[in-house]
Design a protein around this ligand. Sequence first.
Ligand code: PMP
Length: 454
Amino acid sequence: MVLDVSPNEEASERLKMQIGKQLSPESYQYFLSDATKERKPSPIRGLFPLENKPGVISLLAGKPNDAMFPFESFSFTVTNPSSSSQSIPVSLAGVDLTAGLQYGATAGLPRLNEWFVGLQERSHGRKSSEGWRLTIGNGSQDMISKAINAIINPGDPVLIEAPVYAGVIPLFKALHCDLVEITTDANGVCSSDLRSVLENWPVGKPKPRAFYTVPYGCNPTGMTATIERRREVLQLAREHNFLILEDDPYFYLYFGKAERPPSYFKLELEMPEVGRVVRFDSFSKVLSAGMRMGFASGPKPIIDAVDLLTSSANLQGSSLVQAITLALVEKWGYAGFFAHTQAVAEFYREKRDAFEKALQNHLGELAEWCTPEAGMFFWFKLLISPNPGEEGDSKELIETKAYEGGVLALPGTVFLPNGRKTAYVRASFSLLTAEQVNEAMRRLRVVILKERET
Ligand code: PMP
């Protein structure tokens, strides 16, 4: 069912939002999907906090008795962020181990949740008293997928940058969304295109309630949106009443020379009202992808709706992974965490440089690209079409000929929701040595030259 808001209803929704700096909780009724409005909290999980009242004897939860769990301790060693030659031992025992082995709160272990809230304050200037909250999931993908289900009704129009992270296309397609693509360039999402799309929105067509974007080191384009573009997107979100879904797994992989632009979550503090950004963080690129550690931060009604989905889909993220993460970040402290992420960003900057050098050497006159300042992707256009002015199509060349020639990459069409042809290719530079990258580009050169001959 598509959401149909008449102009009058829309105006009154907006008026409600003018009150105070924080959007009112009632404003979010407009942003919640019909299914979310029907969803009821778990009768048991909602009562968990009552168990903490001193003196209460709880007969409530079906928690197994941890005395029968066979784990006695967990010990591991991690790198010392201030001295890479040293390692630090970390162990999990006592109540912290029990918390890691037991069922826990839907939003995650309270101490870890608080640590992440403190991280958001340090990274994005967001204080915990501002009407937003945070919840922990199994990687950011888990949170993104639940947030989409919490907001989007089947058939809804959704604004998405294009090319877009391929991992969200099936989520929107499964809901039969009308995906409205917003172009991107070397400065990130083209806010002028977004403005023009919104200002020319067909009369009578339901308005979009969400815009999805990857603001730093975008997957696939590698580009980082400038502050000016971000400001205009925030302004448009206010003018046209939509939420910004800020999917930001590459935030800590920023290695640009200039000072990084602020996140949408931070920048919205400049706006006359706050509460339009739902932010997704991931520890996959900085701690471990296999841990599946990610979290969502944003307006309370939206994060509450994500929690409702978690409590019925998988109850909570893994307590053990959370306990391990907590032990690690408490050992490091925020300073250690930032020292580590800085080292990670520096590592990827070197990989980026090695990749670009090989790209320049072998495909300098056969491809076009912009240099990424964050993340782990190069997005380059192969100059394969014999007809000037025609973009060409990288699909067959990459999927078949390049693979036969010993190189595996992704044709750009994978990142276009409508699957249209493109000469672009996405290459990840995260894992390869300089020698491997050099050889890959050399092989690609052979394939492209052969293609241009035919
Ligand atoms: N969003 C984007 C843009 C990504 O590139 C990825 C990882 N490929 C994810 C989300 C999912 O990350 P996670 O491992 O935290 O689920």
